[in-house]
Design a protein around this ligand. Structure first.
Ligand SMILES: *Cc1c(COP(=O)(O)O)cnc(C)c1O
Length: 407
């Protein structure tokens, strides 16, 4: 590739705002769950672009949709609607609790819209003081000032001056803690059905049922951030479907576009009614190119074959992790749903998740962490058996190298 010679990983340190610490190699090409770097080294991808490339790299259905729409029309703005956006919205509505869709470009923007909607609904329908948002420790909802403040990780939200007010954090899966703070001034309870960035913690069914009841009692909206857990990731189209607890507002992003930036906020007619033209918006949201790719991704993901395949792949990965752990005792817990799996490191490896990632790269494997102590697996939902087997073998070698490494 001719462009490879002129830029490399060192260039990053000279030109990019230093908010990331990317791996030592630069990916240039991907196919399925394989990726190649500038030098032609091959990797198996268990990171999925952080649960984004749910159909692997360059899936033919997505490439075709991108090419076809690329020859039709790329952008119209929200002064004009477009066919791909209307089709995708209709499909999301047909498949979920929702009646109304708002498209944006990232998870943070979908959540920003959700939180603004929840506040506006409560203020318009009930009372100007009904603005309290209840959220959870270790939650992650994005990096805009509002969403990062609703997120439950002060290390991300501190240091930027005054935060949006009236946000309360309590421990996740602790119903008594929610009960203690919820009141008639609460406009919303916001949660991830599986906390992703916070360490791969699934919500307890009883807790979720209890929160739904508390929300109904206090006329607060229940908002599910399914940016990471949605679009097939846990084995159903959205994770709420497995719990049988329906939210009032749901956000989706990441896998929604399979790698093309797009997000969506889903809600009901009753709640959507408080919005009118001019109240909220975005230039790119619902862009035809993004919606065409997302529609193609949706058509592949929302099928029994893909969704049941997620559950089979989950079993294989967890069985392999158990077998690796019997040999090396590296993990104290393996948890998660579907293809969002976390392996908690033993105390002796505390804070070393990023070192495990680097060891995996040495073996030709891309994998994620979720905080300093959890290795996260978020591979493609359609990763092949051969890619899975090869990837787990590489992971075992990485674990062996870490265990045998002099500390
Ligand atoms: C990634 C993520 C976000 C933020 O999405 P961006 O596209 O990075 O803005 C929000 N919520 C959850 C649960 C996420 O995993």
């Amino acid at each position: 590739m001719s462009s490879s010679a002129s830029v490399n990983r060192e260039t990053f340190d000279n030109v990019m705002l230093p908010v990331y610490a990317p791996a030592a190699f630069v990916p240039v090409k991907g196919k399925g769950s394989r990726v190649w770097d500038q030098q032609g080294n091959e990797f198996i991808d268990f990171s999925g672009g952080i649960a984004v490339t749910a159909l692997g790299h360059c899936h033919p259905a997505l490439v075709n949709a991108l090419k076809a729409q690329g020859e039709m029309i790329w952008h119209t703005s929200n002064l004009f609607t477009n066919e791909p956006a209307l089709r995708l919205a209709q499909k999301l509505i047909d498949a979920t609790f929702a009646d109304r869709i708002f498209f944006a470009n990232s998870g943070a923007e979908a959540n920003e819209a959700a939180f603004k909607l929840a506040r506006r609904y409560a203020i318009q329908r009930y009372h100007p003081d009904k603005t309290k948002i209840i959220a959870f420790n270790n939650a992650f909802h994005g990096r805009t000032l509002f969403t990062v403040s609703v997120g439950g990780q002060p290390k991300y939200s501190d240091g930027f001056g005054p935060k949006p007010a009236d946000i309360v954090h309590v421990p996740f899966n602790d119903l008594a803690a929610v009960k203690a703070v919820i009141d008639d001034r609460t406009c919303a309870v916001v949660l991830e059905p599986v906390q992703g960035e916070g360490g791969i913690t699934a919500v307890d069914a009883d807790f979720l049922r209890g929160v739904r009841e508390l929300c109904d009692k206090h006329r607060a909206l229940l908002v599910f951030d399914e940016v990471q857990s949605g679009m097939g990731r846990t084995g159903s189209l959205f994770t709420y479907m497995q719990y049988g607890i329906t939210p009032d507002i749901l956000t989706s992003a990441k896998a929604l576009g399979g790698g093309f930036p797009i997000s969506a906020m889903l809600t009901t007619n009753e709640i959507a009614d408080v919005m009118e033209p001019g109240v909220h918006g975005t230039t790119y949201g619902g862009n035809p190119l993004a919606c065409a790719v997302a529609e193609a991704a949706f058509d592949v993901i929302n099928t029994p074959e893909v969704l049941s395949g997620v559950r089979q792949r989950h079993q294989y990965i967890v069985a392999q992790l158990d077998a690796i752990n019997q040999k090396y005792q590296a993990f104290s817990d393996v948890r998660g749903l579907g293809l969002l799996i976390g392996a908690q490191l033993q105390p002796k490896f505390q804070g070393k998740a990023r070192e495990f990632l680097a060891a995996a790269v040495e073996q030709g494997l891309m994998v994620l962490n979720a905080g300093p102590d959890v290795i996260r697996f978020a591979p493609s939902l359609v990763i092949t058996a051969e890619e899975l087997v090869s990837g787990m073998q590489r992971f075992e070698k990485a674990v062996k190298a870490m265990v045998e490494k002099p500390s």
